[in-house]
Design a protein. Structure first.
Length: 173
């Protein structure tokens, strides 16, 4: 077989492997995020949200392959929210915007602040649904995001980044 055909065939095989891995990573990430959110559902929804699963939104800072799974996991978890489909729309949009910014930010602490900064999206949702004061709702959501992602998530991810074998695995996909 000529080299250019062999290289094309090899590229097709690699592409198939990458797609299969990406689908698997997306499913696993989505499942972990959704289950972790549902496990603490009494504090994961509403005006004061404390989602430990939000720590996972820092994964795209290490490898962007995790972004689709986090977005899907958020959508799945928000299907069980007391707000239902409106939370699927607003919450998933918040997560989408957050992970898109996180994967583009070089510094981990700065990256961890995006979900906090973008909390006005959830504040708007709470204002529209509950007629909660927009600023107060936004500040409560910001507090939960800041505590979970920046205060808890950053130290966890600092430990992860110090473990070269874990980092190699997370970056290998």
């Amino acid at each position: 077989m000529p080299n250019h055909l062999r290289n094309k065939k090899q590229g097709e095989l690699n592409m198939k492997k990458i797609n299969t891995a990406a689908i698997a990573i997306t499913g696993i990430t989505a499942a972990i995020y959704a289950v972790a959110t549902l496990a603490i559902s009494p504090i994961a929804y509403g005006s004061v949200q404390f989602r430990i699963s939000e720590i996972m939104v820092l994964l795209p800072w290490i490898n962007p392959i995790f972004a689709p799974g986090l977005i899907l996991g958020c959508a799945i978890a928000n299907m069980f929210s007391p707000l239902g489909l409106i939370d699927v729309a607003f919450g998933t949009f918040h997560t989408f915007c957050s992970v898109m910014m996180i994967k583009r930010t070089k510094n981990m602490v700065a990256a961890s602040l995006w979900p906090t900064i973008l909390s006005f999206i959830i504040g708007l949702e709470l204002y529209l649904v509950y007629s909660s004061p927009f600023i107060v709702s936004t500040l409560w959501v910001m507090l939960g995001e800041f505590i979970c992602i920046t205060c808890i998530g950053c130290p966890v991810f600092k430990l992860i980044t110090k473990n070269s074998s874990v980092m190699r695995k997370l970056q290998s996909y």
